[in-house]
Design a protein around this ligand. Structure first.
Ligand SMILES: NC(=O)c1ccc[n+]([C@@H]2O[C@H](COP(=O)([O-])OP(=O)(O)OC[C@H]3O[C@@H](n4cnc5c(N)ncnc54)[C@H](OP(=O)(O)O)[C@@H]3O)[C@@H](O)[C@H]2O)c1
Length: 282
């Protein structure tokens, strides 16, 4: 995959190879980080009502010299707004906070099966798309059973499913389910979040050395070569640039399999983030 290449979604939309994550990037510092990232070449910005930074992303959009229509702005519906009417209102309020009049992409953040309203939330996204508030609709943290239920009840397949995926928890089963259903996988916490030693793992370091690349570049490449879009967060310009410098080398199938073998199964998952158990607070 080249930097100029796009993923073509099942709704005909196109997304860039790599997205910018924004968890914990807020306020004036956050605006600067997003602006440097846009300058570095990022075009897809991943935010969420839960990140309490939609206002900051909106400010960066306004200050950027890159035209709005060249940016892909993506946010997520919080669990407290899975009721149909609340969801429609939440989407409008998020747009007001950002100061934009449509989302390029919008996801249900978590299925919250214990609450049991994600089909209703999905119907709201389908209608918000019809109203012109959202271009592409998708989900996040959905397992096969959740995907099948919303497709069965509404007839509409999500365009993307954003899931936890890093070398310690590669989530290949859900990646395969997504592929089977024609859904693009987006990988969150590609560097493992709290379990950050994933980027210090000797196997990844060894592969990185072979290509004169860094471990994060190898992990990004491992995603791209699996047709998975990594959502990568960095607040430093140096890292932002490095994380885009991944289009001049190619991992072998053997490298990919070696990284796949680092998977630890359930214990590798970020603690408390199983989609059937995760509860949103606040
Ligand atoms: N849908 C969901 O439920 C969900 C859940 C979690 C996250 N997400 C999304 O996914 C995004 C990414 O996940 P994440 O924020 O958890 O973490 P991440 O992207 O896996 O890792 C971010 C960490 O890696 C460091 N880093 C980045 N580039 C680096 C480089 N080249 N060299 C060394 N260190 C580097 C960053 O530090 P510096 O800032 O210093 O570079 C930061 O500490 C989030 O921001 C969010 O948008 C979605």
């Amino acid at each position: 995959m080249e930097q100029s290449d796009f993923y073509e979604l099942n709704d005909g939309a196109k997304l860039p190879a790599i997205g910018l994550g924004t968890v914990n990037i807020q306020g004036a510092k956050g605006v600067n980080s997003v602006l440097t990232a846009i300058d570095a070449g990022y075009r897809l910005i991943d935010t969420s009502t839960n990140y309490m930074n939609e206002g900051m992303v909106g400010e960066a959009i306004r200050r950027s010299t890159v035209p709005r229509e060249e940016l892909i702005i993506s946010s997520k519906l919080p669990g407290a707004a899975h009721d149909y009417d609340k969801a429609i209102t939440m989407i409008q309020e998020s747009l007001y906070r950002l100061g934009i009049d449509y989302f390029d992409k919008y996801l249900i953040h978590w299925p919250l099966p214990m609450q049991g309203k994600y089909v209703e939330a999905w119907q709201a996204l389908i209608d918000a798309q019809k109203f012109g508030l959202i271009k592409t609709i998708g989900v996040s943290n959905f397992l096969e059973e959740h995907l099948e239920k919303i497709i069965d009840k509404t007839g509409v397949t999500p365009a993307t499913n954003q899931i936890e995926r890093h070398p310690y928890f590669n989530n290949n089963e859900v990646v395969e389910t997504n592929k089977k259903l024609g859904i693009l996988t987006e990988a969150w916490s590609p560097f493992g979040r709290e379990i950050n030693d994933v980027i210090e793992h000797e196997t990844i370091a060894k592969i990185a050395k072979k290509y004169d690349k860094t471990p994060t570049q190898v992990i990004i490449r491992w995603n791209l070569q699996n047709d998975v879009m990594p959502i990568v967060k960095s607040s430093s310009l140096k890292h932002q640039k490095a994380n885009l410098n991944v289009f001049n080398f190619e991992l072998t199938q053997e490298d990919i399999q070696t990284i796949d073998l680092l998977d630890k199964g359930e214990p590798g998952r970020v603690e408390g983030q199983h989609p059937n158990e995760y509860e949103e607070f606040g």
